[in-house]
Design a binder for this molecule. Structure first.
Ligand code: ZN
Length: 112
């Protein structure tokens, strides 16, 4: 997966994790060569397997971040037993978009 180098114009370099903890579970993040060729979306969330699949052909940091956060919100809602919220794609997508915007525009203290 090609990730752009951090520049002044893109200060929030996104780094895709390989795993993370949510609730009592360890989620694995799989980068799948060409997920869309399987007829699937660019990202998939598998609650029972505790896995998130991300299309390895994504070569745009913003789309990668948005796709990952989208799948994270599915995991967040399902981890709380709120399948009703997880199945609401508009809510999931809006939540991911807002988090993506926040992360892209966040300002940090300069290292000294
Ligand atoms: Zn979705």
């Amino acid at each position: 997966m090609a990730l752009k180098k951090q520049t002044k114009n893109s200060p929030s370099l996104f780094k895709l994790p390989t795993s993370f903890e949510m609730g009592c579970r360890t989620y694995k993040v799989n980068v799948i060569g060409d997920l869309t060729k399987r007829g699937e979306a660019v990202g998939m969330h598998h609650f029972h397997a505790a896995e998130i699949d991300i299309d390895g052909k994504i070569d745009n940091d913003e789309l990668l971040m948005l796709t990952f956060y989208h799948e994270i919100f599915h995991a967040l809602f399902e981890s709380q037993g709120r399948e009703d919220l997880s199945s609401n794609e508009a809510l999931v997508d809006t939540s991911a978009t807002l988090l993506c915007q926040m992360m892209k525009t966040a300002k940090y203290h300069e290292k000294s």
